[in-house]
Design a protein. Structure first.
Length: 278
């Protein structure tokens, strides 16, 4: 959305991807902001992952980020780091994650599912084979924080070939020139990390956030999403009109561990109520 107009995808074929179409449809429906939630696959186990996604679906979440666990998740804070390590200890593998993703894509077709992982996992699987598998099971986009576009041409080519969107990340410290470059390479949406650093810490939204999001909006050829440190319905309310998608990750995991699925459901209802108010 730019000046109230839904944006098209930034892919090289200049055609709207399925992910971009779905986001645009959500904007056109009158929702002031859409929600993207996060799950580390295999933590605490796949049954819990499924129940969380069921709650996401029941509470109107449009996009879900499925993280394939990795031993050294450089973009993740201590909560996600511990969950990654526990998921691996539980026996989570890429193959099990692919099988689970195929199941939830089929069971919850209204949700756009996105994989998040690290480049080493993609390389070990085989770059082209990994992207092809994602496309085959219905994954709409890929967030790979350490796959820098200048160094991952094979990955970007595979994404274009198979129609899976490579979603790139920018921060408040990204220069205008770099922002313009990454905006031209991303697909589906531009992921705006609300602050520099790792996931999980509280972000204080204010004038600096507004300035960054204005720069991102000016540069973006796609919708923009904001993540890192969104912890409450009030944070989501602040972001209305400033971005297209609010991303909630660590807070959901904290609530799940502290209050169980009932606590997660209550939190999601508060978010849904905020989203529904214009």
């Amino acid at each position: 959305m730019k000046n109230g107009t839904p944006l098209s995808s930034g892919n090289t074929a200049n055609t709207r991807s399925e992910l971009a179409r779905r986001i645009a449809d959500g904007t056109a429906s009158g929702k002031p902001i859409q929600l993207m939630t996060h799950q580390i696959l295999g933590f605490p186990d796949f049954d819990a992952n499924y129940e969380m996604i069921r709650l996401f679906h029941e509470n109107g979440v449009e996009l879900v980020e499925l993280q394939l666990p990795f031993s050294e998740p450089i973009a993740d804070g201590p909560v996600f780091l511990r969950a990654n390590q526990a998921a691996l200890a539980y026996g989570t593998t890429t193959a099990r994650c692919m099988a689970f993703a195929e199941r939830v894509v089929a069971d919850f077709p209204e949700i756009s599912f996105i994989f998040m992982t690290y480049y080493n996992i993609v390389i070990q699987y085989g770059i082209r084979d990994f992207v092809a598998k994602c496309a085959a099971i219905g994954i709409r986009g890929l967030i790979v924080p350490d796959a820098y576009p200048e160094e991952s041409g094979e990955f970007l080519d595979a994404c274009r070939e198979f129609g899976v969107e490579p979603i790139l990340i920018v921060t408040p410290y990204t220069s205008n020139a770099r922002l313009a470059y990454l905006s031209g390479q991303t697909g589906g949406f531009l992921y705006c990390a609300a602050r520099k650093g790792v996931t999980g810490s509280k972000t204080s939204f204010g004038e600096e956030s507004d300035e960054f999001l204005n720069r991102a909006r000016t540069a973006a050829k796609t919708p923009i999403a904001v993540g890192f440190g969104i912890q409450s319905a009030e944070d989501v309310a602040f972001l209305k009109g400033k971005c297209d998608i609010a991303i909630i990750g660590t807070q959901l995991l904290i609530i799940l561990e502290r209050d169980g699925l009932a606590g997660v459901e209550q939190f999601l209802k508060s978010l849904a109520s905020t989203v529904s108010r214009t």
